[in-house]
Design a protein around this ligand. Structure first.
Ligand SMILES: Cc1cc2nc3c(=O)[nH]c(=O)nc-3n(C[C@H](O)[C@H](O)[C@H](O)COP(=O)(O)OP(=O)(O)OC[C@H]3O[C@@H](n4cnc5c(N)ncnc54)[C@H](O)[C@@H]3O)c2cc1C
Length: 310
């Protein structure tokens, strides 16, 4: 049987295209990359057990910090607080609490930040938050209008380390890419020490964004947010809402795996490993992982990047 699309002999066909070298592997003398892991606060006891299993599995990788998200408009306030304070009490990890300013007065947001400070927490991921689907954003009349205002407010409360959000493909409601970049600069100038990006799938999307950040005078680290996709259908739905584009090649990779979780997991591991290896080959040595409270893909990818339990 002949599968060749042309009449040329097979070896000739194979050897006439461009040759791709293997990606370089991290030099063993180089320190391993710095990692951080993001979790969401659990809603039920079963999810709580899953989260803590995930934390215990990833803890030996000694991440620089682990962050816990804050539900839309503060809906998880108590659970986020309970999770970060347990991290302070029971682990050697450095927790960071996400905090949003949408739908709350300055006094309310400040009270949450002070409670964190009193519980021993020293790192906040400062965010504006999203309005409910379909609604336009309206700042609270007595609130911090944007994340840059929140960063400035937190600075007045305590000497927090502050991370903020960045959008390689531009925030979906930004007036323009240049305006969004100005906003990122304002957040860093207000006192944030780093930005963590929205997830993305093409390395050049992130690297082009870094070029633009540098040209805009930004020198703080812009850490890539890595989403190891294990459920493609869900990721595609979520990406449409948060402005992260799904490249055609990614859809093709997962095509046909809808009812085949085993293959899907393997494809997911390969896609994420390739993504971080391309970034590493381009010199990036800090990564933030959206774990979705599942440790396995993150653990394996960290291993591939050269991180070992210690
Ligand atoms: C790493 C990361 C973690 C996240 N964690 C959470 C979480 O835990 N909980 C949660 O609810 N959401 C979270 N989000 C989502 C985030 O809340 C939304 O993306 C939200 O829409 C924007 O938040 P921001 O902090 O980037 O806002 P901002 O930096 O305030 O920007 C929001 C928009 O307003 C524009 N803008 C800023 N200033 C002005 C101005 N003065 N005038 C006009 N326009 C302006 C910006 O260009 C941008 O389009 C996270 C996102 C990322 C990337």
């Amino acid at each position: 049987m002949n599968h060749a699309p042309t009449d040329r002999p097979t070896l000739e066909r194979w050897l006439t295209g461009p040759r791709f070298a293997a990606l370089p592997v991290r030099d063993a003398a180089q320190p391993p990359p710095l990692l951080s892991f993001e979790f969401f606060p659990p809603r039920t006891e079963a999810l709580e057990a899953q989260l803590w299993g995930c934390i215990r599995r990833l803890e030996p990788l000694r991440p620089r910090f682990v962050s816990v998200t804050y539900g839309a408009g503060g809906t998880t306030q108590a659970r986020t607080h309970a999770t970060v304070t347990r991290l302070v009490r029971e682990t050697a990890l450095v927790p960071a609490a996400h905090l949003t300013c949408i739908g709350a007065s300055r006094a309310e947001v400040d009270a949450v930040a002070r409670a964190y400070w009193e519980a021993g927490l020293r790192h906040i991921v400062a965010l504006r938050g999203d309005p409910p689907p379909g609604a336009a954003y309206e700042p609270h009349p007595d609130g911090y209008a944007y994340a840059a205002d929140l960063v400035a407010g937190l600075r007045r409360i305590g000497d927090f380390e502050i991370s903020v959000a960045a959008y390689p493909e531009t925030h979906p409601t930004a007036i323009s890419p240049a305006d969004d970049l100005d906003n990122l600069k304002r957040k860093l100038d207000a006192g944030a020490t780093r930005a963590i990006t929205q997830y993305f799938f093409d390395a050049h999307t992130f690297l082009d964004f870094l070029d633009r950040c540098l040209a805009a005078g930004i020198t703080a680290p812009i850490v890539p947010g890595i989403m190891p996709v294990s459920n493609f259908a869900q990721a595609a739905k979520f990406s449409a809402m948060c402005g992260a584009s799904i490249p055609d090649w990614l859809a093709r990779m997962f095509d046909g795996t809808e009812n085949d979780p085993e293959t899907r997991r393997m494809v997911a591991a390969v896609v994420a490993a390739e993504q971080v290896r391309v970034l590493q080959a381009n010199g990036i040595d800090e990564f933030h992982f959206y774990t979705l409270n599942r440790p396995d893909l993150t653990y394996a990818i960290a291993h591939i990047l050269g991180v070992r339990p210690g």
